[in-house]
Design a protein around this ligand. Structure first.
Ligand SMILES: Cc1cc2nc3c(=O)[nH]c(=O)nc-3n(C[C@H](O)[C@H](O)[C@H](O)COP(=O)(O)OP(=O)(O)OC[C@H]3O[C@@H](n4cnc5c(N)ncnc54)[C@H](O)[C@@H]3O)c2cc1C
Length: 384
């Protein structure tokens, strides 16, 4: 074996890179295969708070910061509280995940971590080569999680919204939160002709992550998100608090076919691979599910660019994004209608792509007549 050749190379040691590494290293089938992970950063900070819903007893439970069993959904029209059972809403903070994974797999046999910047990734012949600040490496199986947003902006076929937000971890002087209940979405705030909501995750009665979030095309200035959080807290009579930490992010919401950049020896993963759920921005569990499908595929000799995660839900996401982009000011009403007319668990199962076609029709039926015409129009424009 050549010195710079590995059976697998993972570009980027963030969420998808580490989830893939974990899956490969924990499957005895790949025990003897060498893996190189190239990451430019030290990965020791809380640069992400990952939340997701799943059944109790999940794979990452030992690393969880908090679990909730109740949720709320609010808009001008409805105020709903509901149990999440049989699901739970779970929170991980990235520093703990990075530390645990790096510690666990640094000791693992056939596993090499390299802290270096990747400057180029190119497929030549049957191999993909990565050029880094620490040298060049080759593999027949390279997984790339380095997200390049440029191709998104150079096309018009697929709408691109962003889930963008600023969050404050605040601590109040008096009890202000119900620690058992998340506020999944609160649209009862000025929409400013866009889709805007608050998302509140209470850690205890005094502490919560409060995020001002948009599903829209353009980012705001930092002050605008912060003003949004401040005025929301004021409407809830929460004025005496300290900000302990801040977090900010923007996640692409699009059905853009990222897989077109795959080659027989290169697969894009995570956000870079289009593994972000286009209609919500949720990526963590989606990535895990994609990796669950990828592992059996890797036990075959098939070319990486024949791996696909597309299904009918991708088409629903596409239609939803067409509608949400065109009628961005109506997002609050679209979500309201869904939560008003459906058991919320059905919505979570739909987002998990686990519903039957009949249930999907019921979700469609929950929209108003006017909203249905928007979806029909989007469908015709996509088909003809
Ligand atoms: C603040 C924030 C909160 C989020 N919260 C949630 C959530 O609650 N639930 C959810 O499902 N999703 C959430 N997401 C979305 C998504 O889960 C994350 O963005 C997730 O980290 C995506 O994983 P990834 O592997 O695609 O990208 P990343 O985790 O960003 O990994 C890519 C890695 O590549 C490295 N890298 C980049 N360029 C180079 C280079 N040139 N050379 C070497 N290494 C490089 C980066 O340092 C990074 O570690 C959140 C995103 C953000 C930003």
């Amino acid at each position: 074996m050549k010195q710079n050749y590995f059976d697998f190379i993972i570009c980027g040691g963030g969420a998808s890179g580490l989830l893939l590494l974990k899956a490969l290293r924990e499957d005895p089938y790949f025990n003897t295969q060498s893996i190189l992970v190239v990451e430019k950063e030290l990965k020791n900070t809380n640069d992400r708070t990952w939340c997701y819903w799943e059944l109790p007893k999940g794979n990452f439970d030992p690393l969880l910061i908090k679990v909730w069993n109740q949720a709320q959904f609010c808009s001008k029209k409805i105020h709903q509280e509901f149990p999440l059972a049989p699901l739970q809403y779970k929170m991980l903070r990235s520093a703990g995940v990075y530390q645990t994974f790096y510690k666990q797999f640094k000791q693992a046999e056939n596993t090499t971590f390299l802290q270096a910047e990747i400057q180029d990734i190119r497929t030549e012949g049957g191999f993909t080569e990565i050029v880094t600040t620490q040298g060049k490496f080759q593999s027949k199986r390279v997984f790339n999680s380095l997200f390049n947003p440029k191709p998104l902006w150079n096309q018009k076929k697929h709408p691109v919204l962003q889930q963008h937000f600023v969050g404050w971890f605040i601590k109040t002087s008096t009890p202000a939160f119900d620690p058992d209940k998340i506020l999944f979405m609160d649209f009862d705030i000025p929409q400013e002709k866009e889709t805007r909501f608050l998302y509140v995750l209470p850690l205890d009665s005094h502490t919560a992550l409060v995020e001002y979030t948009l599903f829209s095309e353009h980012l705001l200035k930092l002050e605008e998100y912060e003003k949004g959080i401040e005025s929301y807290l004021k409407t809830k009579d929460i004025t005496d608090y300290i900000i302990e930490e801040k977090e900010q992010g923007n996640i692409p919401m699009t059905c853009f076919p990222f897989e077109q950049f795959n080659t027989p020896s290169l697969l894009h993963i995570g956000t870079a691979g289009g593994w972000t759920k286009a209609s919500t921005g949720f990526t963590f569990m989606n990535t895990r599910r994609s990796i669950e499908r990828l592992l059996p595929f890797l036990k075959t000799d098939k070319a990486l660019d024949t791996f696909t995660v597309r299904n009918r839900f991708r088409f629903y996401d596409l239609l939803f994004l067409d509608v949400l982009t065109r009628y961005n000011a109506q997002g609050s009403q679209l979500f309201s209608r869904m939560f008003e007319k459906n058991n919320p668990i059905r919505i979570f199962r739909f987002l998990d792509e686990k519903t039957s076609f009949w249930e999907e029709l019921q979700i469609l039926a929950s929209f108003s007549l006017k909203q249905k015409t928007w979806f029909l129009k989007a469908l015709f424009q996509r088909l003809f």
